[in-house]
Design a protein around this ligand. Structure first.
Ligand SMILES: *Cc1c(COP(=O)(O)O)cnc(C)c1O
Length: 435
């Protein structure tokens, strides 16, 4: 039996069938296929402010925000105008343009650890290039990452923890050679002891420790006190570089990024999502001396035909201009807090165990009765319940990420009306899934 709005999503269903004939799984990125939550993907016609509209004309409060970029809401008039003006002057030149320098200046001014950057087109490219730079600059080959942290689909980062006492990674995707995965060490997130042990053994071979300073790809998992400080100390002790993957947290948790909250200076920072305001823009950067290792100044090769293209730069500049308005992040923080507390309250009323958290315009909730500190905890959450809750919310007009392993996002366009509607819908949805 189709659910309430599944029957209202006739055109989406038709379009998915058509897409499946010519596109792998009908999608351009796997999580969009709704496999983790069941049901059929919703095809979007347009989005405006805090809302997304599907091809059948249904409206949803959007808590995905294109997975982070939509921090000023969808189709913000100033961002759209900036992109239109840039488009009229040409879509891509494959040559230098003034907008690149302007966006780079804004980013460099916002992050004390970052003096110089290179624009790329996706978060994946940013982390891949940062790792290459770390390896090139240190002459070492190993990388230490954390289980459950996602850094894009880079070969060396698509690794899972080996079984038992194994300290090196095993491929987490077909097509990743074991020889690549072996160069990646894994530790549980928030477990400094495990890091110290690995570094004691492999430190001289470790080019970099790579971490999401707030993990947002296994739900919302903040760092425990001392964890990030400990990583900085381990890197200093062993001559490894510390890379903050702020593709999600950059300009999302705070102006600049989470490093401005925790006051830790990584050697390299990866950015993406918000800095492109919805266009394919990402970047990596660090000190001038380190970045001087990258071509054309240094021996580490990295390039891109569409990198720094004028449309992406225009969207990024316009988005960050809005983010710089006074009280912008405080307002986001209040919205995320209201939502996190709201979800907590209505879940508890329905007798559903829940953990919530938030930081700037990023928040999350998990169905479990104890704090989530790492991937094991994230896996222990009730994901079957999340799938039912997701569907109940979607049918009532609230769009959550189609997997329980994701953080959620609010924008400056999420006003009182959108937020209160979300909480009311959540109350109704919790009653329906808990009964
Ligand atoms: C989204 C994300 C990436 C990958 O970015 P893409 O643009 O999807 O390649 C990398 N790291 C983190 C932390 C992310 O959230």
């Amino acid at each position: 039996m189709p659910t309430k709005t599944e029957s209202k999503r006739v055109r989406s269903a038709e379009m998915f069938q058509r897409a499946c004939a010519v596109m792998v799984g009908g999608v351009s990125s796997p999580v969009r296929a709704f496999r983790a939550v069941g049901g059929k993907p919703v095809f979007v016609d347009r989005a405006e402010g805090a809302y997304v509209y599907d091809v059948d004309g249904n409206q949803y409060v959007d808590l995905v925000g294109s997975w982070g970029p939509a921090i000023v809401g969808h189709a913000h008039p100033e961002v759209v105008r900036a992109v239109n003006e840039a488009a009229a002057k040409g879509l891509s030149f494959g040559a230098c343009c003034p907008a690149e320098t302007q966006l780079a200046e804004t980013i460099v001014e916002s992050l004390p650890s970052l003096e110089c950057l290179r624009f790329v087109n996706s978060g994946t490219e940013a982390t891949m290039s940062a790792i290459r730079l770390a390896r090139g600059a240190t002459g070492r080959s190993k990388i230490l990452k954390f289980v459950g942290c996602y850094h894009g689909h880079v070969d060396a980062l698509l690794v899972a923890a080996g079984s038992g006492a194994a300290t090196f990674g095993i491929p987490d995707s077909a097509g990743v050679p074991e020889d690549f995965a072996r160069l990646t060490l894994l530790a549980p997130f928030n477990d400094l002891g495990a890091v110290e042990k690995l570094m004691a053994e492999h430190g001289p071979d470790v080019a970099a420790i790579l971490v999401e300073p707030v993990a947002g790809n296994m739900g919302f998992v903040p760092p425990v006190e001392g964890f990030l400080e400990g990583l900085r100390a381990q890197c200093d002790q062993h001559g490894s570089l510390l890379i903050f993957d702020e593709v999600m947290t950059g300009f999302r948790t705070a102006w600049g990024g989470y490093q401005n909250i925790c006051k830790i200076r990584p050697d390299l920072t990866c950015l993406g999502k918000v800095i492109g305001g919805g266009m394919p823009v990402a970047a990596y950067g660090g000190s001038k001396s380190l970045m001087a290792q990258v071509s054309p100044l240094g021996p580490v090769y990295q390039a891109g035909t569409l990198s720094g293209n004028p449309l992406g730069m225009a969207a990024g500049i316009a988005t960050l201009e809005i983010c710089q308005e006074k009280g912008f992040y405080e307002a986001l923080d209040r919205s995320a807090k209201t939502l996190a507390h709201g979800f907590c309250e209505v879940a508890s009323e329905a007798g559903v165990p829940i953990q919530t958290g938030f930081c700037g315009g990023m928040f999350g909730f998990s169905f479990i009765d104890r704090p989530v500190r790492n991937f094991d905890d994230a896996q222990a959450c009730d994901h079957a319940l999340y799938a039912r809750f997701f569907t109940a919310m979607l049918d009532r007009g609230v769009w959550l990420p189609p997997s329980g392993y994701e953080a959620m996002f609010v924008s400056s366009a999420h006003d009182e009306t959108a937020i209160q509607r979300t909480i009311e819908v959540a109350a109704d949805s919790f009653r329906s899934v808990a009964s």
